[in-house]
Ligand binder design. Structure first.
Ligand SMILES: [Zn+2]
Length: 137
């Protein structure tokens, strides 16, 4: 249920945004998902769509941006693409933290993120007020 908890965390943030900005309707959310998180795109999208059906942000689109993993090795100073293990699951190479250079444990330098990149919205009502006017309380 990895994807489900990510999706609900995301929705929580968006609802906060929607509450603070009632004049904006969220139409699209772009998230960056690192390769190391092992999140399945389809799963995440499905969870997201099923969570938001009854919410003010219903109908918004989730766009997933894949962030490829990168590792750095403290043993041989390798840095770059990670090593994959083939053949554990057929057709699905598994990303690992094993150094492709020396085979020891490397650390992830990129690809662990799971964050909101941007939110696209449109005004809930057609606006006729100047943009920079402070909101009336
Ligand atoms: Zn190494």
């Amino acid at each position: 249920m990895h994807e489900f908890s990510i999706a609900s965390g995301l929705v929580e943030k968006l609802l906060e945004f929607a509450e603070e900005n009632p004049e904006k309707k969220i139409v699209e959310v772009r998230v960056a998902i690192g390769e190391f998180t092992q999140v399945e795109e389809e799963q995440l999208r499905f969870c997201y769509d099923s969570i938001i059906t009854e919410m003010p942000i219903a109908g918004s689109r989730l766009v997933i941006e894949r962030v490829p993993g990168k590792v750095a090795c403290p043993h041989c100073s390798y840095s770059g693409s990670p090593k994959y293990w083939e053949g554990i699951l057929p057709g699905v190479p598994l990303i690992t933290l094993q150094c492709p250079g020396c085979g020891k444990a490397a650390v992830a330098t990129e690809g662990e993120e799971c964050s909101v990149r941007s939110i696209r919205f449109k005004p809930s009502q057609p606006l006729s007020v100047p943009r920079d006017r402070p909101a009336a309380l």
